[in-house]
Write a protein that binds this ligand. Structure first.
Ligand code: VHF
Length: 483
């Protein structure tokens, strides 16, 4: 007899915002929502899934404990309330999960914690160990020690980074609306839910993101879209759905698994849940919206799905792009921008493609990869000139991004290029105002060294720096804005 096909076991991150954890006015915990989340998580665990919860709410619980009506404006005020509330918040989760014999763990992170590669790997190892022990890690930002430079800022971003760290299959952003709408559904009766998103840049122009979000949390739809961008870039299917019906997570996973894996279109997998999942409205299958070859006969609980990238970033690249606070910028020319946007570049930048640096950074630190803004290119062009400084040496007092180096050498000297030591001296003053960030990477040399070797063939590195650790000046580059 044919055995029923089981849904694959997944790693699932579920993020609950402040407005889903405490009441907006009274700050009392929303016990029925929290209990439903606990039942859902325990049920997912019983089906073999690995689950991580990202829980906001420390400040909200702190407000209730101290009987303070609204979030303080000062950072230290928020940090103090988070310190008061976090203990009670985790105690509440432990109590609720404890009734169902489910062990939990508290994981508090800041961006600074995982900006260091060793600490990042330690965090990954801890997550993996906890998950293999059958524990549900409950993550929040370590607000007490976070300052603006090292803050994730909102737990949407934190949940996306957590998903990428543990190579999650799904990230569920549970919130007070059941998906992404074309406009604010609370105000606009014509607002339409967007069921599936394949291009985040395209969706940005179609939706209004400013009007949603409660007075308690720091997130809103914009931070959810940013989180979806980070998570889908790391290969994680990202879902926005209502925190009022966490049990719909079963139906949503089942629905998407049936689209993905059904060899016979329309054959449902064995349900993840034996209990029936309330489904609030029948809706048009994703296949209709996204061009998927298979239609699913399964009901589709309301949600918006952001499809994962078909070419997810390698782990280290994802880590570089999103977890590291960049210390400075490396300005690249248009040619390097094009090359780095191709996969075969391996995400490595040669000195020849560098126009300059902004700020001071050490080797090993994260840097922004930036290009000149159109206005800066124009300003640079206006100041261009060419000069010879000593025999056999060319100084380019020019806008190097506008020049072909070999054409330049051919025009100005009969010597082959490798006999000439050029010095690139753009006269234009580059700063953050005249560049545009297109990606991030890890510097192999410090800012002063990259300044010395910018624009040059890598063979000059030992001569100019006295050593050459690598022929590349920046590695592990992720280009997020193609030319
Ligand atoms: N770490 C803070 C939460 C930050 C925040 O407001 O997040 P969110 O409610 O998801 O927008 C806390 O626990 O209160």
């Amino acid at each position: 007899m044919a055995r029923p096909r089981h849904a694959p076991q997944c790693t699932i991150v579920i993020k609950l915002g402040t407005s889903s954890i405490v009441h907006e006015k009274t700050h009392q915990p929303l016990l029925s929502t929290l209990s439903s989340v606990v039942e859902t998580v325990v049920h997912l665990r019983s089906r073999g899934h690995r689950v991580v919860l990202v829980s906001s709410g420390a400040i909200g619980v702190g407000l209730q404990r101290m009987n303070i009506p609204s979030r303080p404006k000062s950072l230290s005020g928020k940090q103090a309330l988070a310190a008061i509330g976090q203990g009670r918040l985790i105690a509440l989760w432990d109590d609720l999960f404890g009734h169902l014999e489910q062990p939990i763990a508290q994981v508090l992170l800041t961006r600074g914690d995982i900006a260091d590669r060793t600490r990042y790997l330690n965090a990954v190892n801890t997550f993996n160990e906890l998950l293999s022990m059958g524990v549900v890690p409950i993550v929040n930002e370590n607000d007490t020690v976070s300052v603006s430079e090292i803050k994730f800022g909102d737990n949407d971003t934190l949940s996306a980074i957590t998903s990428s760290m543990i190579h999650a299959d799904y990230l569920f952003l549970l919130t007070d609306v059941d998906g992404l709408y074309t406009s604010n559904p609370r105000k606009d009766p014509d607002a339409k839910q967007i069921e599936a998103v394949t291009s985040i840049s395209a969706i940005r122009s179609q939706v209004s993101t400013t009007t949603l979000g409660s007075s308690l949390g720091t997130g809103g739809m914009e931070t959810k879209i940013i989180a979806a961008e980070i998570a889908t870039g790391a290969g994680v299917t990202t879902i926005i759905t209502s925190s009022k019906h966490p049990e719909n997570i079963f139906g949503i996973i089942e629905y998407h698994n049936s689209l993905k894996t059904s060899s016979t279109p329309g054959t449902p997998l064995e349900p993840l849940s034996r209990t029936s999942s309330p489904v609030h409205s029948p809706s048009i299958p994703d296949s209709h919206r996204t061009g998927s070859p298979h239609a699913s006969p399964l009901p589709r609980p309301p949600h918006t799905v952001f499809k994962p990238s078909s070419t997810p970033m390698r782990d280290l690249k994802s880590w570089t792009s999103h977890t590291l606070y960049p210390s400075g910028s490396v300005i690249i020319d248009t040619g390097a921008h094009q090359v780095l946007s191709r996969r075969e570049s391996g995400g490595r930048l040669l000195a020849v493609g560098v126009l300059g640096v902004i700020g001071a950074f050490a080797s090993g630190q994260a840097v922004r990869i930036v290009v000149l803004s159109p206005a800066a290119v124009q300003g640079s062009l206006e100041q261009s000139s060419l000069a010879s400084t000593r025999p056999g040496t060319l100084a380019l007092l020019a806008a190097p991004e506008t020049l072909s180096r070999s054409a330049l050498f051919a025009a100005l000297t009969s010597k082959p290029e490798d006999e000439v030591v050029p010095t690139v001296k753009p006269q234009f003053l580059y700063d953050d105002a005249n560049v545009v960030e297109v990606g991030r990477g890890l510097a192999n040399y410090n800012s002063a060294q990259i300044s010395k070797i910018k624009g040059l063939n890598s063979s000059y590195i030992p001569q100019l720096l006295g050593y050459a650790d690598s022929e590349y000046v920046v590695e592990n580059i992720t280009i997020r804005v193609p030319p």
